[in-house]
Ligand binder design. Structure first.
Ligand code: GRF
Length: 197
């Protein structure tokens, strides 16, 4: 039986597209929903073009009432009955209650080599610190932001003259390889971390 996957996003959805394109053939999972907190998120149209069900719940309508927003988010989720949730550029911080409901079956991709640089502006901070390398991490989501067991990492050398934008572009290319590889393994019940390259 294929694992059912819901993907949550807030923006353009380039990771979502790679995840959906990877779930074919002998892949142990299939996409069942792409859900956004922004009805205008560019990723929704891309998901529809790939033939996947979409839904949007604007967090703005809830004026900071996170449990209320999450209760609304749970309606299309309950209808789609996912086994796995992939956060792919989903920019709302989820409450511990919501995370507990999906504990052990919710993944996230973060654009740094966790545990370094939790939060935002990860590339600028790595360059600022004079690091030799940056990267991205796929991890299981826990109540602690950008924490949880690591399921995969990809390392990207920082080059002289790199800007946060030029580095972000090279890291994003690695994200597009790492997340599908981790999802395939995770959906097969294998939690051994994948380290690229
Ligand atoms: C990615 O860099 C991801 O690591 C971060 O948000 C960005 C989303 O990009 N959490 P996209 O919407 O998948 O193109």
């Amino acid at each position: 039986m294929s694992q059912r996957v819901a993907i949550l996003l807030s923006g353009g959805g380039s990771n979502m597209v790679r995840l959906i394109e990877s779930m074919t053939g002998d892949h142990p999972a299939r996409p069942v929903l792409v859900l956004s907190n922004d009805p205008d998120a560019g990723g929704l149209a891309k998901a529809r073009a790939l033939g996947v069900e979409t839904a949007a719940i604007s967090h703005k309508a809830f004026k900071g009432d996170r449990p209320g927003f999450e209760a609304a988010l749970s309606v299309p989720l309950a209808a789609a009955r996912p086994d796995i949730i992939c956060l792919a550029g989903f920019m709302r911080v989820l409450t511990a209650d919501f995370v507990r409901q999906w504990q052990g079956r919710m993944l996230n991709i973060h654009p740094s080599l966790l545990p370094k640089y939790r939060g935002l502006n990860t590339h600028a901070r790595a360059i600022e610190a004079g690091d030799a390398e940056a990267g991205c991490t796929v991890h299981e989501v826990t109540a602690e932001l950008d924490d949880g067991p690591i399921l995969g990492q990809a390392r990207v050398p920082i080059q002289p003259g790199d800007s946060a934008e030029s580095l972000a572009a090279r890291v994003l290319a690695q994200e597009h390889c790492l997340y599908p590889a981790v999802l395939r393994r995770f959906a097969a019940g294998d939690r051994r971390p994948i380290l690229l390259p």
